[in-house]
Design a protein around this ligand. Structure first.
Ligand code: SI3
Length: 307
């Protein structure tokens, strides 16, 4: 499972990244990190900030984390290449790239040409395509992108799929069974369905605070205890369904991360707005009622508790 976080007060608070690494490893059982993606507001950071965040995660994660993958996507090919090269220099374990989203690629070949140029800037690093059409507006199906991609991008390692189209995801897996690709699923509330289809891992915002819970689901799935796995998925869904109705996005994720970890994440950066106090209070009450927060005085007789 990968994970991704950036700390932005008005300026980024780099000093808590080391502490957060320890928290993720010890409290959430998360040892793979995805840096500067959506949750980390990577596209809202300057290039020098992105470099520094990446350095911090790689350095503080040394001998503690299994893998640190850096998202290096940008609108400017040159900036993306610079970040890719930098990721290689600092010893990251891989790079990921989203489709450029202002002047957009209009077909698969154009998109691959862009990705290929970025990958070539870090020829020794495993390369992941980060498919997140709802945010990029680039709707080219991942299945098409993967078709023949290794011939164009020899370092291609896998797909980070942040979309609810399970037909597309399933076909990505089915059509590449002979290849050793990683299929990392990015819709946390649907992870179990993706596991059934062949997901090999997950990258998502909720693993910051539901990592342990999600690991229980992964373990149940591994031992083929599908009934338990489904119970875990439903519990996770109950929480996500609740916060989605309140209005849920990157800002709200940060507030929950602060609440659960006790480590200050700070507000998001404009144009995002800090989550309201009302949201945080409601989310906290729900986490407690589901028994996702351990210091729980509702435990006895709490019918909703999930553990
Ligand atoms: C649009 C969005 O933020 N999607 C999240 C999900 O984890 C999402 O928050 C979760 O499934 C709740 O809907 C991830 O796919 C994003 C992600 O992995 C990242 O931070 O790069």
């Amino acid at each position: 499972m990968f994970q991704e976080v950036t700390f932005s007060f008005r300026e980024i608070n780099f000093s808590v990244i080391g502490q957060y690494v320890d928290y993720l490893v010890k409290e959430q059982g998360v040892k793979n990190i995805f840096v500067n993606g959506t949750t980390g507001e990577g596209l809202s950071l300057s290039i020098s900030e992105r470099r520094r965040v990446a350095e911090e995660w790689v350095t503080k994660g040394r001998n503690k984390l299994d893998q640190v993958v850096i998202h290096v996507g940008a609108l400017s090919l040159k900036e993306s290449q610079e970040l890719a090269q930098h990721a290689a220099e600092i010893g990251a374990d891989g790079i990921a790239v989203i489709a450029p989203f202002f002047l957009k690629p209009w077909n698969k070949d154009v998109l691959i040409n862009f990705l290929k140029e970025v990958a070539a800037a870090a020829p020794a690093l495993p390369f992941y395509y980060y498919h997140i059409p709802a945010l990029t507006g680039v709707k080219i199906r991942a299945e098409e992108v993967l078709d023949g991609i290794q011939e164009k991008i020899p370092t291609f390692q896998g797909l980070k799929f942040s979309d609810t189209d399970l037909l597309d995801f399933g076909q990505c897996v089915d059509q590449n069974r002979q290849r050793q690709f990683a299929f990392l699923f990015g819709v946390d509330e649907q992870l179990l369905s993706a596991l059934v289809m062949g997901a090999t891992g997950a990258v998502g915002s909720t693993y910051n605070y539901l990592g342990k819970k999600t690991n229980q689901m992964l373990e149940a799935f591994e031992r083929k205890d599908f009934s338990s796995a489904l119970n875990h998925q439903f519990c996770i869904q109950r929480f996500i369904n609740f916060v989605v109705k309140l209005g849920f996005g990157v800002s709200q994720t940060k507030a929950i991360m602060t609440l659960v970890s006790g480590i200050p994440m700070g507000p998001p950066r404009l144009p995002l707005q800090k989550a309201s106090r009302e949201f945080t209070d409601n989310a906290e009450a729900k986490l407690r009622s589901l028994d996702f927060l351990s210091f729980n005085d509702l435990k006895d007789g709490n019918l909703e508790a999930c553990s």
